[in-house]
Design a protein around this ligand. Structure first.
Ligand code: NDP
Length: 452
């Protein structure tokens, strides 16, 4: 049977765009891609990229305060949110253009509309047209979850943050994950009074206990008012703001409430179940190591599969799919030892196991050091950093590395190479330190602080 396309990709985010480009340019496939919103997806349009630019913006008041301590005649005269926001959106427009141009150059046909699956080889476009494809790749990403209707009505999500008319002076953030912690630090840096509510005992569940403990302390020191074990029991909007009543008896009057309470895969009303595609409990598309669903012509990559919901992972999955199906190179994605960073202030970078996970599976030695780095200590700042290695006592391999420090995202990228290569503690030790740096501590920790 002759199909209109070899591949039809639904979703123009990181995973879908990479798959489409590689299938067309390297695999010689006839490819089409449909995107109902803006090309680039969550990462470029409403996630990693605008967030990171806001992280940069939020760091300047502290840098300027530090500069003064270092002898500079520097002062902050206020932040022009509208000027920043205009520039931010200009940059996102530019990046969207880059994505679009890359697809066009590769020969991918773009449909700027919603597409759904009509059957295992047919895609229905929003304008009523139907096209056929030998393979369909679903790369539709995820969407924000609000806890309930009141939250959706009164609150905002990270999607709206980049479009605010004015910066809130008083902001309440709900959640203790990546997004909640990052925006708590961003808005505190930009001068807002931030309250963060988290339902559990400590923010960043699933990360290393010692690291999350230090990070929570550092965030509090910088002014984030974190309340753990706390939920919202009522919210009312009044003339003076939104009044939020909390389970710990506190009441907060704020200008905005930001819900960062997780994300779910975009699988609703896509025609997946009708086509027989198996979904998991959270609505995610179930796939094998090659991103193939139980329907042989339908594949899925990225957040819609809810494996590891990070941009570089989606890109790898999209690339491996294109190599496997169109490039004659069968490639499964390696989901082991993926490093990631939380862009809080200070940042937290991690790769491999937490101490708590490692204890369950191995006999371990823990090497850790926490100290005040030179740059801040010089001017009397109390900021502390943490470097921590979790080592398998038998094989000597480094099972996990955790860094809470300025630029920990950059540092963990480098440490991640060594950990991924299977470096032992002795490999770290025989590496001569770069002095004076913060990260030299990674190669100078001589005795374990704990064994277990
Ligand atoms: P997370 O799943 O990381 O965190 C969600 C948070 O909301 C958790 O603290 C959770 O609590 C809490 N929560 C969930 N439901 C409720 C509820 N009904 N009431 C109150 N609290 C609730 O999601 P995020 O939205 O922060 O981020 C989504 C994903 O995006 C991340 O998992 C990550 O993969 C990705 N991301 C990565 C970034 C990076 O790499 N730097 C940055 C931003 C996002 P509990 O812990 O108790 O479940």
């Amino acid at each position: 049977m002759a199909f209109d396309y070899d591949l039809f990709v639904i979703g123009g985010g990181s995973g879908g765009v990479r798959a489409a480009r590689i299938a067309a340019s390297e695999g010689g496939a006839r490819v089409a891609l449909a995107e109902e919103s803006r090309m680039g997806g969550t990462c470029v349009i409403r996630g990693c990229v605008p967030k990171k630019l806001m992280v940069f913006a939020s760091g300047y008041p502290q840098a300027i305060a530090d500069a003064r301590e270092y002898g500079w005649d520097a002062r902050v005269d206020g932040f022009d949110w509208v000027a920043f926001r205009t520039r931010l959106h200009g940059e996102l427009d530019r990046l969207e253009g880059v994505y679009r141009a890359g697809l066009t150059r590769a020969g991918v046909e773009i449909f700027d509309c919603r597409a759904t699956i009509a059957d295992p080889h047919t895609v229905a476009l929003a304008d009523g047209r139907k096209v056929t494809a030998k393979h369909i790749l679903v790369a539709t990403g995820g969407h924000v979850d609000f806890p309930d209707a009141a939250a959706r009505e009164i609150g905002i999500s990270s999607n709206e943050v980049f479009h605010l008319d004015a910066l809130p002076e008083r902001l309440l953030i709900v959640g203790g994950g990546y997004i909640a912690c990052e925006f708590a630090c961003i808005f505190t840096g930009l001068g807002a009074k931030v309250t963060q509510l988290y339902r559990g005992a400590q923010i960043l569940r699933g990360f290393d206990d010692e690291a999350r403990g230090l990070l929570a302390e550092e965030m509090r020191d910088r002014g984030v008012d974190i309340h753990c074990g706390t939920t919202i029991i009522g919210m009312e909007r009044g003339a003076d703001g939104i009044r939020v009543r909390c389970s710990n008896g506190h009441e907060h009057l704020v200008d905005q409430v930001l819900f960062a309470t997780g994300r779910s895969p975009n699988t609703a009303e896509l025609g997946l179940e009708e086509a027989g595609v198996r979904l998991g409990r959270r609505g995610e598309i179930l796939v094998d190591a090659y991103s193939q669903t139980n329907i042989p012509s339908i594949f899925a990559v990225g957040d819609v599969t809810n494996r590891i919901n990070l941009t570089p992972v989606a890109i790898r999955e999209g690339h491996a799919f294109a190599d496997t199906v169109f490039g004659g190179k069968k490639r499964a994605v390696d989901h082991e030892l993926v490093a990631s960073a939380i862009f809080t202030q200070p940042e937290y970078g991690a790769v491999g196991m937490t101490e708590e996970e490692a204890r369950e599976l191995h006999r371990i030695e823990v090497y850790a050091t926490s100290f005040r780095p030179m740059q801040g200590a010089f001017i009397g700042r109390s900021e502390r950093v943490l470097f921590k290695l979790i080592v398998d006592a038998k094989s000597r391999k480094v099972l996990g590395c955790h860094i809470v420090a300025p630029n920990a995202g950059e540092l963990i990228q480098m440490a991640g190479i060594a950990v991924k290569m299977g470096a032992t503690k002795e490999d770290f030790d025989r590496t001569v330190a770069v002095h004076p740096t913060i990260s030299e501590e990674l190669v100078t920790m001589r005795t374990p602080v704990r064994t277990a």
